[in-house]
Design a protein around this ligand. Structure first.
Ligand code: PGA
Length: 248
């Protein structure tokens, strides 16, 4: 069992309309309510269009709210972007940064992600920082070095470890149904923890990539794994809650 309070994060990505999103948020909140008192944390990251509606639906429930990405500035002439301060304003406590769909899909380098971590923390949010190797990097045998470098380069100088979560998400495991073994994940988590150093023992290190109700138990049986970041399986309340329960 992990030494830290476990955390399960739902990342809905670009899925969900107002009605379907609200039904899903309410269903998840209902399950969390029924399971009170929870001995783990639950965070829901809907698309930005649903943040306000979900904030209202989750108010007073044990489910916390997060954004999926943020800009580095608090405000300004940045068409289409959303700041961490804006997410905080809507009741968010967390924001995902450095997801591979941002690193690779939008060409975001670690240096930019470090600025996002800083912006998130300045806004009072906990940054969920994602790192992970591609299939080619895994094959070349350089995964550990890649992950360590991504982590170091994605942390601002003045990082607040109390407001940081790291998610190890191998790019090749996201949305593919493929996954490293729980033992391999645990080994990467040890590398991450070592890289975080003495100041990072309180930081929760999650795993993400094709987590589902069938494989969550084996992952969470590893004491190194402090929780999971769930994409597609978080779009179903029963399935997501079956994963969440494994965090107990
Ligand atoms: P997946 O996504 O669970 O659909 O693989 C995980 C993620 O990208 O956070």
């Amino acid at each position: 069992m992990s030494k830290r309070r476990r955390l399960v994060v739902a990342n809905w990505k670009m899925y969900g309309r107002l009605t379907s999103g609200l039904v899903l948020a309410r269903d998840i909140a209902e399950k969390a309510e029924a399971a009170r008192p929870l001995n783990f944390d639950v965070v829901l990251c809907p698309p930005a269009t649903l943040t306000w509606a979900c904030s209202d639906a989750l108010m007073g429930t044990p489910v916390m709210l997060g954004g999926q990405d943020c800009h580095t500035a608090t405000h300004g002439a940045y068409t289409g972007d959303i700041s961490a301060a804006m997410f905080a304003d809507l009741g968010c406590r967390f924001v995902i940064v450095g997801h591979s769909e941002r690193r690779h899909g939008h060409g975001e380098p670690s240096e930019l992600i470090a600025q996002k971590v800083e912006a998130a923390q300045l806004a009072g949010l906990t940054a969920i920082l994602c790192v992970g190797e591609t299939a080619a990097e895994l094959e070349s045998g350089s995964a550990s070095e890649i992950i360590e470098k991504q982590l170091k380069d994605s942390l601002p100088q003045n990082v607040k470890m109390a407001n940081l979560v790291v998610a190890y998400e191998p790019v090749w495991a996201i949305g593919t149904g493929q996954q490293p073994s729980p033992e391999d994940v645990a080994a990467v988590h040890r590398t991450i923890r070592k890289a975080l150093g003495e100041i990072g023992p309180s930081v929760r290190v999650l795993y993400g990539g094709s987590v589902n109700p069938g494989n969550a138990g084996a992952l969470l049986a590893q004491e190194e794994i402090d929780g999971v970041l769930v994409g597609s399986a978080s779009l179903n309340a029963d399935g997501f809650w079956a994963i969440a329960e494994k965090c107990q």
